[in-house]
Write a protein that binds this ligand. Structure first.
Ligand SMILES: C[S@@+](CC[C@H](N)C(=O)[O-])C[C@H]1O[C@@H](n2cnc3c(N)ncnc32)[C@H](O)[C@@H]1O
Length: 241
């Protein structure tokens, strides 16, 4: 019997926000896998730790590049494609041996998740099941106490890596927004929000639902680069107190 690849959303950080289904699968899987930055423990591994089968074996896939090489660099796409090919082949070998593999993903796997690249490579030839997870944005807006959209409000989810003009255009067309992947893009995003008169509605959320959580008005946050686990919430007008 071939194994099943379980792609598991493990939520935004608090192990209590792992779903019952993901916890059940983690408790039984003989192999678990995940992506991590080189030399870092890997956030999803930490979230999953209390739920793992103690006898399970770890497969750790370390990205060749993260922020150290711009995505526009010609080396980037080839290196990442080769990395995902190798990772998929490693998982496929386990499945062919009849072992289930639990692939960990922060938040929900299908929202900017690296697990999608393995899903695309493996779903044709293997059994693949996806377990949804609580997203970082829903974890952050719950912790912020910020109701986001009411009635027929329009919500946009945007990466801060977009050019300023594209951010301004998208933000101008919605009632509420979540801006992810902040990093060095925070000053650019702030300038766009200032221009649109949205800064006073914006909430900055760093490490939501985990140790070191920091949630404050964006207007009170300086312009130093944001850490990886940070996003900006702009609640719709009816959510602003
Ligand atoms: C590659 S995306 C992954 C999103 C994830 N799959 C989800 O469903 O939320 C990574 C971005 O999610 C956001 N993020 C993830 N976890 C977070 C957290 N605990 N607090 C704040 N932002 C977080 C940050 O904007 C980060 O740059």
């Amino acid at each position: 019997m071939a194994g099943t690849l379980h792609i598991l959303g493990v939520g935004p950080g608090d192990p209590e926000l792992v779903t019952l289904r993901a916890a059940r699968i983690l408790g039984a899987a003989p192999v678990f896998a995940g992506f991590a930055k080189r030399g870092r423990p890997g956030h999803a591994f930490g979230i999953a730790a209390p739920h793992l089968n103690p006898a399970a074996r770890e497969l750790r896939f370390e990205y060749p590049y993260t922020t150290d090489l711009p995505v526009e660099d010609p080396r980037y796409p080839d290196a990442m494609a080769a990395f995902y090919d190798t990772s998929a082949a490693t998982v496929a070998a386990e499945l062919c041996e009849g072992r289930d593999v639990a692939l960990l993903c922060e938040g929900d796997p299908f929202l900017y998740g690296s697990a999608m690249y393995l899903f695309d490579r493996l779903r044709g030839a293997h059994r693949v099941e996806v377990t949804p997870g609580i997203t970082a944005m829903s974890g952050c807006w719950s912790r912020a106490g910020a109701p986001m959209v009411h009635g027929d409000d329009l919500l946009s989810v945007l990466p801060a890596t977009l050019p300023a003009a594209a951010l301004a255009e998208a933000l101008g067309r919605c009632d509420a927004a979540v801006v992810m992947k902040l990093g060095r893009n925070l000053p650019k995003l702030r300038a766009v929000l200032d221009e649109l008169g949205l800064t006073n509605r914006a909430i900055y959320a760093e490490r939501g639902c985990m140790a070191g959580e920091r949630i404050l008005k964006l207007a009170e946050r300086d312009n130093a680069p944001a850490p990886y686990f940070a996003l900006v919430l702009i609640p719709g007008r009816r959510g602003v107190r």
